[in-house]
Ligand binder design. Structure first.
Ligand SMILES: Nc1ncnc2c1ncn2[C@@H]1O[C@H](COP(=O)(O)OP(=O)(O)O)[C@@H](O)[C@H]1O
Ligand SMILES: CC(C)(COP(=O)(O)O)[C@@H](O)C(=O)NCCC(=O)O
Ligand SMILES: [K+]
Length: 248
């Protein structure tokens, strides 16, 4: 059984893979790295620790990488494989700026390319909202914007009279009180952002791309779903598994 840990800026997403599928996927807050919580979460979800023979980690939170690596090594007696630039020569894609690009974005690209077997794009709704563009067997480029919740937090944190409110898309685009004004501004605003980015990227490449959405907040913007060829919540985990298999 393979244990995958995707360390993002908000959540660490764990997945247990065997018999051709993710048997279990769960998340913890990245800030809850205290031993107690992590052990509790692993004990709850990993019913047979002896079955874990392989561990793969992707991390965009450098301080947390050695902490989690050590804890997983101690608990399962398996040395985790950490995805990084050394992994990339094994992949079917050429990777843009190996030392800079987030390993989660490389995992997304790897899974999307595997899925569509051609030019495509990933829209990842996490702490950041990222677009990863894959063309001619290369990661052609990336776009990074504040994620939905990050935008909400920044607004509430900088405007004295505004508070964080639930990320719920209002029916009307015209807000009629502070709550719906913020909800519309952020959520309908982001619908436009994503639509326009896809349009401009395709125009710049003079080609249509298959588009797959992922990330913890990928289901929030319902009106975008006809823009996507697929919504795959486990895309990053899939990519991590594919990278691990390619390296092995
Ligand atoms: N099942 C879910 N339903 C709704 N929101 C979710 C779900 N899982 C995660 N989220 C939200 O998604 C966000 C984290 O997304 P994620 O893609 O894991 O970000 P990151 O990789 O930056 O940590 C958090 O705001 C979390 O509350
Ligand atoms: C773009 C990101 C912040 C996304 O992180 P996430 O939203 O998954 O927490 C992360 O992939 C990152 O820190 N990347 C490094 C910069 C780059 O990819 O060019
Ligand atoms: K992520």
């Amino acid at each position: 059984m393979l244990l995958a840990a995707d360390i993002g800026n908000t959540n660490v997403v764990f997945g247990l893979y065997s018999e051709g599928q993710w048997q279990e996927v769960w998340r913890i807050d990245t800030k809850d790295e205290a031993q107690g919580k992590l052990y509790h979460s692993l004990n709850k979800h990993v019913k047979e620790p002896g079955e874990i023979k392989d561990i793969v980690i992707s991390s965009v939170v450098p301080f947390f990488t050695p902490i989690l690596t050590k804890q997983l090594q101690q608990k399962f007696g398996v040395t985790p494989y950490i995805i990084g630039p050394q992994s990339y020569p094994h992949l079917p894609l050429e990777i843009l700026r190996p030392e800079q690009i987030g390993t989660d974005l490389v995992a997304d690209a790897t899974a999307a390319y595997h899925k569509f077997n051609g030019d495509c794009m990933v829209v990842d709704f996490g702490t950041a909202l990222t677009f990863i563009i894959i063309a001619n067997k290369k990661i052609k480029g990336v776009n990074i914007a504040p994620g939905l919740k990050t935008a909400m937090k920044a607004l509430a944190g900088n405007a004295v009279k505004l508070q964080e409110i639930p990320l719920k898309l209002p029916d009307s685009v015209i807000g009629t009180d502070t709550t719906t004004a913020i909800q519309s501004g952020i959520l309908w605003g982001y619908v436009g952002l994503v639509e326009k980015m896809i349009e401009r990227i395709e125009k710049e490449l003079s080609t249509e791309l298959k588009v797959v959405a992922t990330g913890g907040l990928s289901k929030v913007l319902e009106p975008l779903h006809d823009q996507f060829d697929a919504v795959e919540p486990n895309l990053t985990l899939d990519g991590m598994r594919l990278i691990y298999e390619a390296v092995k």
